[in-house]
Ligand binder design. Structure first.
Ligand SMILES: [Cu+2]
Length: 114
């Protein structure tokens, strides 16, 4: 093997290792996660979800009646989520957002995004 060929192999190997490290989640920023939340028995579970900006939140309505996921500050509103259906929202930025169900205002939840 010529010297230049060997350098190329080393460069390619290093580049592959760097790519693998990125895929493994190394580095300063963690990969966005998908976080599952449940709507069941007229309650959001977990009632307080701690997530990071960029995380995808998926609420699944396991009740037999429709619900909403509605931010008190107007940041988001799912509209009616039918029984058995899901609603997805990507947490945009840090902050604490209180939300509730428009149909059943005693149903309350909190997103702690940081
Ligand atoms: Cu509801």
């Amino acid at each position: 093997m010529k010297r230049n060929d060997r350098r190329l192999v080393v460069a390619r190997t290093l580049s592959l290792l760097a790519g693998a490290a990125l895929l493994a989640g190394c580095g300063s920023a963690p990969r966005p996660r998908t976080v599952s939340l449940t709507i069941e028995n007229l309650a959001f579970t977990p009632a307080t979800a701690t997530v990071a900006p960029g995380d995808t939140l998926v609420w699944t309505n396991r009740d037999l009646v429709p619900h909403t996921v509605t931010a008190r500050d107007g940041a988001f509103d799912s509209g009616s989520i039918a029984a058995g259906a899901t609603w997805t929202y990507v947490a945009p930025r840090t902050g604490t957002v209180a939300y509730y169900c428009v149909f059943h205002p005693t149903m309350q939840g909190t997103l702690d995004i940081h």
